[in-house]
Design a protein around this ligand. Structure first.
Ligand code: NAP
Length: 245
């Protein structure tokens, strides 16, 4: 993957941070997108540079079309044409369906699903012209099997799966692959806030007997981004310790 240019959305923390570090370790130049956490994004870039790599932090709220397109333009300007896009940025606003507010539905759909549409649309033309591209979207096991309290999040994550398969069909003949990862329970800020009783119930449902690490997801993303994965497209790979097998 030496010298490839990658754009990772929501790369200041958690899974996105691990993906940025892993892609850089494998030789990519990385655009590290963040929305609020500038110091954290700068720290990710500093780690990459200390290890001899190239990375730039780029602020953008990817739930807003103009900002997503400006992000892609900035990545091209700073690092060159984007060859790998990892749509990772996401949020949760959990609550039971009966009490869910429109704002909680809209925020989660915009951040987790609209962003994937915007960022993919911003880079896919260049990839198709170049006859090479890797687009990866981070879905969730919630999008595969649903989850009480996450109707908004599960709808967005399931929406990603239909999006990925459709985009994969449109781009396959041009050397561009589009795939999704469906992580299970991964230890990050997003899951850190869950109550202890929910966490201990969750671990009993994981055959591997442990929570996933951001690095577990990052390695799967790096594989799908590699040249070796050129014949894999439109797929959903669960990274969940066997939860949904
Ligand atoms: P996290 O630790 O909460 O980090 C979220 C990241 O997304 C941060 O870098 C945040 O940036 C960024 N972000 C949020 N909204 C954004 C926006 N509108 N524009 C740009 N960046 C934005 O979350 P995580 O656990 O690493 O999750 C990463 C992805 O994996 C999400 O799509 C999540 O749904 C998915 N996922 C997570 C799990 C899990 O168990 N953790 C399981 C399945 C799927 P700032 O730091 O600037 O706020």
């Amino acid at each position: 993957m030496n010298g490839r240019t990658a754009l990772v959305t929501g790369a200041s923390r958690g899974i996105g941070r691990a993906v940025a570090l892993e892609l850089a370790r494998r030789g990519c130049r990385v655009a590290v997108n963040y929305r609020n956490s500038r110091p954290a994004a700068e720290e990710v870039c500093a780690v990459i540079r200390e290890n001899g790599g190239t990375a730039v932090p780029i602020e953008a709220d990817v739930s807003v079309r103009d900002q997503a397109f400006a992000l892609a333009e900035a990545a091209v300007r700073e690092l060159g044409p984007v060859e790998i896009l990892v749509n990772n940025a996401g949020v949760t606003k959990d609550g039971l369906l009966m009490r869910m507010k429109d704002s909680e539905w809209d925020d989660v759909l915009r951040t987790n699903l609209n962003s994937v549409f915007y960022c993919t649309q911003a880079v896919i033309r260049g990839m198709m012209k170049a006859r090479f591209g890797r687009i990866i979207a981070i879905s969730s096991v919630s999008g595969l099997v649903g989850n009480a309290g996450q109707a908004n999040y599960a709808a967005a994550k399931a929406g990603i799966l239909g999006f990925v398969k459709s985009a994969a069909r449109e781009a396959a003949s041009r050397g561009v692959t589009v795939n999704a990862l469906a992580p299970g329970y991964i230890d990050t800020d997003m899951t850190g806030a869950l109550p202890e009783e929910v966490k201990s119930g969750l671990i009993r449902s994981i055959p591997a007997g442990r929570y996933g690490l951001p690095h577990d997801v990052a390695c799967a993303a790096a594989f799908l981004a590699s040249d070796e994965a050129s014949y894999i497209t439109g797929q959903v790979l669960a990274v969940d310790g066997g939860m949904t097998m």
